[in-house]
Design a binder for this molecule. Sequence first.
Ligand code: GRF
Length: 215
Amino acid sequence: MTRKRTAILISGHGSNMRSLIEAASEPAYPAEIVLVLSNRPEAQGLAVAKERGIATAAVDHRIYTGRENFEASLQVLLELHRVELICLAGFMRLLTPSFVRLWEGRMINIHPALLPAYRGLHTHERALADGAKIHGCTVHFVVPAMDEGPIIAQAPVAVLEDDTPETLARRVLAEEHRLYPAALAAVASERIKLAGGRVIFADPSDPLARPPGAR
Ligand code: GRF
């Protein structure tokens, strides 16, 4: 099995990046993290990746005149490192439809909510304000519209009576760290395919096809 050459795009803390790097440190894991890119030179995640011996680069969006030029620099680095898959992990820049189309079916994202609920920011605050009982996270293929795209996997998290946005975020993040490596493995090992805009599992009993706790 050849491991899929994977880049992770971050903007900040990079805890999801860390969980992906950790999973990929297993030789049997179907993806290899070959590059970590950040649009913010100060992102803490860059130092962590460097320590792990992974190639890193900061492409500071503020020095570019337009999104296209910024993305052209990203693309040069992705090609240089012969990247096959991209994981967005807390990457806080909107990508243009043409860049997204270039990576169609090869770029995935994690979102801290059960999509299509709570697209965008402040998902935990909004779920609490609505009195939601179930919240969670989603890994999906990236399409031009923000926080949309075929869903690969989801993990539910129960909302507790005394939750604050911070306590809820902590439990969702713990699920993200479990879900993202599992979802990347499914994509990298081609256990799933895209058909008619939906994700189909080669094996319907694939554990990822049915989240634990769902009846
Ligand atoms: C995560 O909650 C992720 O779902 C969202 O941004 C946050 C990034 O956290 N897209 P980290 O940088 O991975 O720690």
